[in-house]
Design a protein around this ligand. Structure first.
Ligand code: EPU
Length: 455
């Protein structure tokens, strides 16, 4: 099958459309080199942090993904200009004319991403008020924002929930406070960091998330003039300062994208060099990858992931907060586990509904059973959470082609991999969602020798 992708710019625009589909002919190992750029889950937060500065910021290594465009749009309606720099992936953010946005303009971004909730603290500092539209993002559970709103109230903000969104005000500014999160939430930790840096006094945050993307955000805030101390046991102290300047920062690489391509190499029996992949941020993933039977070579500028030719082995693991196995890594790896010999068990402990994508894999011939109440296991590292689920994967099962529709970002990528190993031609619909977080994935599939066409 001839790929219809001739021009990378065009392809990027095309897959941004929700109605786009891709027809994949399975059976070809993915081999070659691709590059991962800045982490979606850092870049978008760094863009929001720029609002706190009283001079422009420069962010490097920014990927061309639709989540970046959504956040840029929301910044623009608040008077923050975003311009591409001279170097590829360079974004210049100028917050000097930050202003109130029209509700209609903010509403235009309603339901498109979860990042708007992080605008609260920075806008309260700059304008004394903020309006946040309904939140979007992947449908992988309830995704409550109670930690965010409790934290903002604790800083002294008034929070009004309206049918159209959330209205906040803090006419007297935000004050430092003591917060203990009910769970080490990534977003709530970022909310506290972005709100505390310019608050009056000291903020003490307990049970904070410590993901690499959080640490990179802390580096950015420090460059801006913030005083943040990370102590052992998930405790972070933030000493409020009077003002912050812009930053110049190169975003850490996207470890979730790297892990996704690694799983694609393993499942398809391929060999992919992921330029930019960083071992330090993938330690837990690499351990599980090796236990499954995957091979990798860590190089100076990236990691080569490959299938060494021997049968894959079943594993049991659970998703967890950092430094555990990330919830975003399980979906692509589960496709590889359908090809492993024996019974694998994956416990999802971060989100309550992140196995929905397995229905489509079963339709393609996989043998995956979801246990809604989780399963007991003797070798648990963390105590059970009430919301957890378990997936039991029996393998190896040959996959056959099917017509499937992308449910969410990571599930969507796993469908691409499943289609790559299925016998026959699969049609994957709604691939626009994948462009939210996977830069130029169509061009990368082409570079790796996949057999597909866009329709
Ligand atoms: N939670 C609450 N209350 C809150 C906030 C979170 O109960 O106020 C719960 C959530 O329901 C969930 C758990 O805490 O059960 C963890 O959620 P967290 O806040 O850590 O996640 P997030 O900030 O919404 C980010 C990433 C996710 C990634 C998670 C976990 C972004 C934009 N999203 O979400 O990435 O899975 O952390 O690491 O940074 C993705 O990239 O596709 C993605 C979903």
């Amino acid at each position: 099958m001839d790929s219809v992708v001739k021009d990378s710019r065009k392809a990027g625009e095309r897959v941004g459309l929700k109605s786009e589909s891709i027809i994949i002919k399975g059976g070809k190992p993915l081999s070659g080199t691709i590059e991962v750029r800045g982490a979606k889950n850092l870049v978008t937060k760094a863009m929001v942090a720029s609002i706190l500065g009283d001079s422009p910021s420069t962010l490097q290594n920014v990927p061309d993904i639709s989540d970046v465009k959504v956040v840029a749009g929301l910044l623009n309606v608040h008077g923050v200009t975003t311009t591409e720099g001279e170097n590829s992936g360079e974004l210049i953010l100028d917050p000097r004319n930050v202003e109130r946005a029209h509700h209609a303009d903010i509403d235009a971004h309603s339901g498109s991403s979860r990042i708007p909730i992080l605008f609260c603290g920075p806008l309260l500092h700059r304008l004394g008020e903020a309006f946040i539209p309904d939140l979007g993002g992947c449908k992988i559970g309830d995704r409550p924002i109670d930690f965010h709103l409790d934290a903002l109230r604790s800083f002294g903000a008034e929070v009004d929930k309206l049918p159209s969104g959330i209205s906040l005000s803090a006419p007297d500014g935000l004050r430092g406070t003591k917060i203990t999160l009910g769970y080490p939430s990534v977003g709530a930790t970022e909310q506290v960091l972005l709100s505390a840096t310019l608050a009056k006094g000291v903020t003490e945050l307990r049970n904070a998330a410590i993901e690499p993307e959080i640490m990179d955000l802390i580096l950015i805030l420090q460059k801006m003039g913030a005083i943040i101390t990370v102590e052992p046991n998930r405790v972070i102290f933030i000493e409020g300062v009077d003002s912050l300047n812009g930053f110049n920062h190169k975003a850490i690489p996207d470890r979730n994208e790297a892990a996704s391509w690694a799983s694609a190499a393993l499942a398809t029996g391929g060999d992919i060099f992921v330029r930019g992949a960083l071992q330090a941020d993938l330690v837990t993933f690499l351990n599980v990858y090796r236990k499954v039977g995957g091979a990798f070579d860590v190089k100076e500028d990236g990691i080569r992931f490959y299938h060494p030719g021997k049968p894959l082995k079943a594993v049991t693991f659970e998703t967890d907060v950092h430094p555990g196995f990330m919830t975003d890594w399980q979906q692509p790896l589960i496709v590889a586990l359908t090809q492993a010999e024996g019974t694998s068990v994956v416990h999802e402990t971060v989100y309550e509904n992140r196995f929905g994508f397995t229905d489509a894999l079963n339709k393609m011939g996989a043998d995956i059973t979801i246990h809604e109440e989780g399963l007991d296991a003797a070798d648990r590292r963390v105590a059970r959470r009430p919301l957890e689920q378990a997936a039991v994967i029996n393998g190896p099962t040959p996959l056959h082609a099917a017509d499937v529709s992308v449910p969410d970002l990571r599930g969507g990528f796993s469908y691409l991999i499943a289609a790559m190993i299925a016998e026959g031609e699969s049609r994957v619909n709604n691939v626009g969602i994948i462009a939210r977080g996977y830069e130029h994935f169509i061009e990368k599939l082409e570079q790796l020798g996949a057999d597909f066409k866009l329709v």
